[in-house]
Ligand binder design. Sequence first.
Ligand SMILES: [Zn+2]
Length: 224
Amino acid sequence: MLPIPGEVGKIDMGELPPVVSSIPTSRKVVFLTIDDGWEQDPGFATQVLKKRIPITVFAMRDAVEARGPVDPAATGGRFVGAGGWSYFQDLGVPIENHTLTHPNMRTLGFDAQKAEICGASRAIKRRMGVRPLLFRPPFGNYNTDTLRAAKECGIRVVLLWTASVQPGGKIAYQTPDKKLHAGDILLLHFRPNLSRDFRVLVNKIKRRGFALGNLDAYLDEAMR
Ligand SMILES: [Zn+2]
């Protein structure tokens, strides 16, 4: 869903990229973001394509290419789809930056942070043909060096989240009222059973009267 003119509030723009964890709007719309890329479930891709569900992917190179240790959260330490950039090309959705190796950015100096962010942007540009404009720091951990490095790598917005989605499509809220709110950004992962969990989640969101928003269009409106 695209924003109605005047619906979206403004995001304050400073010298450094803004850190955004929800979109300022009063409309009942939420945003779906999916991180890492270890498990490349074909059923999920079919769902997204068929139903034209707007999602934003934060791809981490080592997960997508199945380098290094396997996803520690996957059942039995397995993953599907080694070397799978083509899976993400086929999704036909924005592929954004989530570093090369998924470090805790706060433990790295400026140069190492910049290598992680610029390196991932280059890898995505090479594979997708489009340079990322959004960056999500692993674990949501960042500091001023992260924002400076992100800016130098061409990032416009550092995107966090409002609530995360657990296996089974259960929403883990960070707000005390345990409800969805207008403009919430939800975080999922490319994990086993994503297509089933995703179906449960999307139905739940719709039952509660919320629509799924196009994140890029809403950010454009908020940063205008
Ligand atoms: Zn991650």
